[in-house]
Ligand binder design. Structure first.
Ligand code: NAD
Length: 278
C-alpha cells in the first residue's frame, strides 16, 4: 500500500488532494499548523471509504526540524513514503513590497519558499535511501514571470519555487537518486487562500478580480482530483502537471458570456471543504 504526505492539508487544495489519494487507497498523512483543524479534517477524510489509513501530525513548514519530525512520523507509521507534496502556502496582503512589514515579508518567504526547500530536502534524504518516491512542489502566480501590484513577495517565492524544483529534478537525476521531482500548477482556486492574506486576514477582492476568478477559477476539489490522477500516473522526472493550460484559459474567456459560474454571489458560499465533501 502506498503512502502520501501532504503539508498544509487541513483545508483547501491539500485537503482535497488527501481526499482523492484516500479514494485511491493510499495511506495519507495530513499535516498543518493547528491540531484542531487536523482533527476536523481527519474526521471528514475518515468518512471516505478507503483501504488506506489517514493519520495527522502538526507541522509548521517554516521550521526545518518540524518537517524532519513529520517525515519520521510518516516512516514510523507506514515504513516508506511514496509521494511527498510541499503544498502549504500563504497569500500576501495586496500591498506594494515597501508597505509590507518585515514580519510579513519573512512569513511569505519562510512558508512559500523556504518551507518548500526544507520539505524537499527532508523528503529527498529519506526517499533517496530507498531509491524511490516522488516529490511535488506547488507553483503559483509569478512562476511564469507574471507581475502584479500586491503579489511581489508571493510571486518572488513562487518564481523561486519553480527554479528550485527544476534544479532539484536535475540534481536528483545526476545523483541517480531514483526519486522523481515535479511541479503542480493548480491555476486559480477559490479557497481561503484567495480571500485571506497570510492565512488569516480577510481581503476584499475587487469586482474586476472576482470577474477573472469566475472565469478562470475552480474549486480545490476539481483541481485536486486532476492533480492526484496525474501524479498517480506519472513516471517521469521534472514534469509540470498543469491544470489551467493556455488553451483552457482561452476557451474559458471565449465562452465567458454564456457561463453561469459565480463563486461570489449573494447566496453562494466559498464552496468550503465542508460543503464540497458532502
Ligand atoms: N488558491 C489559489 O488560487 C492558488 C493558486 C496557485 C497556487 N496556489 C498554491 O496552492 C497551495 C495551497 O493553497 P490553497 O489555495 O489550498 O490555500 P489554503 O489557504 O486553503 O490552504 C493552505 C494551507 O496551508 C496551511 N499553512 C499555512 N502556513 C503554514 C505553515 N507555516 N506550515 C504548515 N501549514 C501552513 C494553512 O493552514 C492551510 O491549511 C499553496 O502553495 C498556494 O500557494 C493556490
Amino acid at each position: 500500500m502506498k503512502t502520501v504526505v501532504i503539508t498544509g492539508s487541513a483545508r483547501g487544495l491539500g485537503f482535497n488532494m488527501a481526499r482523492f489519494f484516500r479514494e485511491y487507497g493510499y495511506n495519507v498523512v495530513i499535516s498543518d499548523l493547528k491540531e484542531e483543524n487536523l482533527i476536523k479534517a481527519k474526521k471528514e477524510l475518515a468518512t471516505i471509504d478507503s483501504k488506506g489509513k489517514v493519520v495527522f501530525k502538526t507541522c509548521n513548514v517554516s521550521m526545518f526540524n518540524e518537517l524532519q519530525e513529520l517525515m519520521k512520523f510518516a516512516v514510523s507509521e507506514f515504513n516508506t513514503v511514496d509521494i511527498w507534496i510541499n503544498n502549504a502556502g500563504v497569500n500576501q496582503p495586496q500591498k506594494a513590497v515597501w508597505e509590507l512589514s518585515e514580519n510579513e515579508i519573512n512569513t511569505i518567504i519562510d512558508v512559500d519558499l523556504k518551507g518548500t526547500i526544507y520539505g524537499s530536502k527532508v523528503a529527498m534524504e529519506e526517499m533517496s535511501k530507498n531509491h524511490s518516491g516522488a516529490i511535488y512542489n506547488i507553483e503559483g502566480y509569478g512562476s511564469n514571470d507574471a507581475h502584479m501590484l500586491g503579489l511581489n513577495m508571493y510571486g518572488t517565492s513562487k518564481r523561486a519555487v519553480t527554479y528550485f524544483t527544476e534544479s532539484l529534478a536535475k540534481e536528483a537525476e545526476e545523483r541517480n537518486t531514483g526519486v522523481l521531482v515535479g511541479k503542480l500548477s493548480p491555476g486559480i482556486m477559490i479557497t481561503e487562500f484567495t480571500t485571506h492574506s497570510l492565512g488569516n486576514d480577510a481581503m476584499e477582492l475587487s469586482e474586476k478580480t472576482k470577474k477573472v476568478y469566475n472565469i478562470l477559477g475552480d474549486t480545490p476539489q476539481t483541481v485536486g482530483k486532476f492533480l492526484v490522477d496525474e501524479m498517480i500516473k506519472n513516471t517521469k522526472n521534472n514534469v509540470k502537471i498543469n491544470w489551467l493550460t493556455n488553451r483552457k484559459a482561452f476557451v474559458r474567456f471565449l465562452t465567458a458570456g454564456f457561463s453561469k459560474r459565480n463563486f461570489f454571489g449573494e447566496n453562494q458560499s466559498l464552496l468550503t471543504d465542508k460543503e464540497e465533501i458532502k
